[in-house]
Design a protein around this ligand. Structure first.
Ligand code: F6P
Length: 373
């Protein structure tokens, strides 16, 4: 009897997910004669056994489409919301579903959170294998994640367009890029789009330094500036406060810990508006009018770039080869032009941040781009 593999997509959607689903499905069916099923809406759909057959017809025509045909959700498999504010470990139920379909492997497509969930499933004996996707490019252990190239292209085009209006109005345009707690997207798009200032979480900034660099540009005849700021960027003072609170939030004393958690929640609420605060601050310090553009989810939308399609396709087909070889509990990492299986135990819980001496950072400094430090 033909073997069956299951696929699900979890976490934020990302361009290239459908290309990866297609690659896994077609390679499994055409090369190895396997059956393929998908679970709707991530781990939630697995729990409820909302499955759908992924045959050649379903997989055809999806290579170029954005989002995920399977739907997605953000969940923690060991702490699923089950109504009435209750959370439960639903892994035993998920294992039953996997067994009821007699799955040879469950392929989980996702980012850092999904890698943790995949490991949690592997720990209860579910035969998982994972593929790294995210526009943030922050999955540890892989050279690349699909979705990033597309988002980088969209963000760069946005910065290109902001240039002409910033120039015409002699304004500071502060553009906020996604990336969660890493700066790959802001740094890459800032470099590609010719931003004058790039602020990323890995390099805490001083607003005074940023204002000074804008004033220097003005003195040299450029009365406009583009500031590319990562959604997770922090000033040096905020970084210090955040790290102090995060440490206190693990204090053994209940009172101290609970207070720190409340303070941290408030800190994050204020931090959500940091781009507006920064723009207002720069306007006051430089006397130049400023405007904010928050690119938001537009960075994740639409058709994947050729680079992401190829990456998703080669990771997806390699995944099926690894399944046939008997590998489980691994992430299929991109390594140069090839792939490599990396143990989920090594990946889960880690984040690939931008090294402060990364060649992109060095290039930015050589160009005189202000990084805020
Ligand atoms: O991880 C991808 C990402 O787009 C991050 O860049 C961003 O911080 C987050 O997801 C937004 O999440 P949501 O779509 O749940 O608002």
């Amino acid at each position: 009897m033909a073997q069956t593999i299951g696929i699900l997509t979890a976490g934020g959607d990302s361009p290239g997910l459908n290309a990866a689903i297609r690659a896994v499905g077609k390679a499994a069916e055409r090369t190895y004669g396997m059956h393929v099923i998908g679970f709707r809406d991530g781990f939630r759909g697995l729990m409820h056994d909302r499955s759908v057959r992924l045959d050649s017809e379903t997989l055809s025509g999806i290579l170029t489409t954005g989002g995920t045909i399977l739907g997605t959700s953000r969940d923690k498999v060991h702490k699923m919301h089950v109504g009435n504010g209750k959370r439960m470990d639903m892994r035993p139920l998920m294992k039953q579903v996997v067994e009821s379909h007699d799955l040879t492997a469950l392929v989980c497509l996702g980012g850092g959170g999904t890698m943790k969930n995949a490991l949690r499933l592997a720990e209860v004996g579910i035969p998982v294998i994972a593929l790294p996707k995210t526009i943030d490019n922050d999955v540890w252990g892989t050279d690349a994640t699909f979705g990033f190239d597309t988002a980088l292209t969209i963000a760069t085009e946005a910065i290109d367009r902001l240039h002409s209006t910033a120039h015409s109005h002699h304004r500071i345009v502060v553009v906020e890029l996604m990336g969660h707690n890493t700066g790959w997207l802001a740094l890459g798009a800032g470099l590609a789009g010719g931003a004058d200032v790039i602020l990323i979480p890995e390099i805490p900034y001083d607003v005074e330094v940023v204002a000074e660099s804008i004033l220097q540009r003005k003195a040299a005849g450029s009365a406009f500036s583009i500031v590319a700021v990562s959604e997770g960027a922090l000033s040096a003072a905020d970084r210090e406060r955040h790290d102090r609170l995060a440490e206190l939030a693990t204090n053994p004393d209940d009172g101290i810990r609970e207070q720190a958690k409340r303070d941290l929640a408030e800190f994050h609420a204020v931090q959500k508006r940091h781009t507006e605060t920064l723009a207002a601050d720069l306007e006051e310090r430089t006397g130049l009018e400023s405007r904010v553009t928050i690119l938001g989810h537009v960075q994740r939308g639409g058709t994947p770039s050729a680079v992401d399609r190829v990456l998703a396709t080669r990771l997806g087909t390699a995944c099926v080869d690894y399944i046939v070889e008997g590998l489980r509990g691994v992430m299929v990492a991109a390594r140069g032009e090839g792939t490599e299986p990396v143990d989920l135990k090594e990946v889960a819980g880690k984040r690939k941040a931008v090294p402060v001496d990364h060649p992109w950072v060095v290039s930015a400094r050589r160009l005189g781009i202000c990084l805020g430090d």
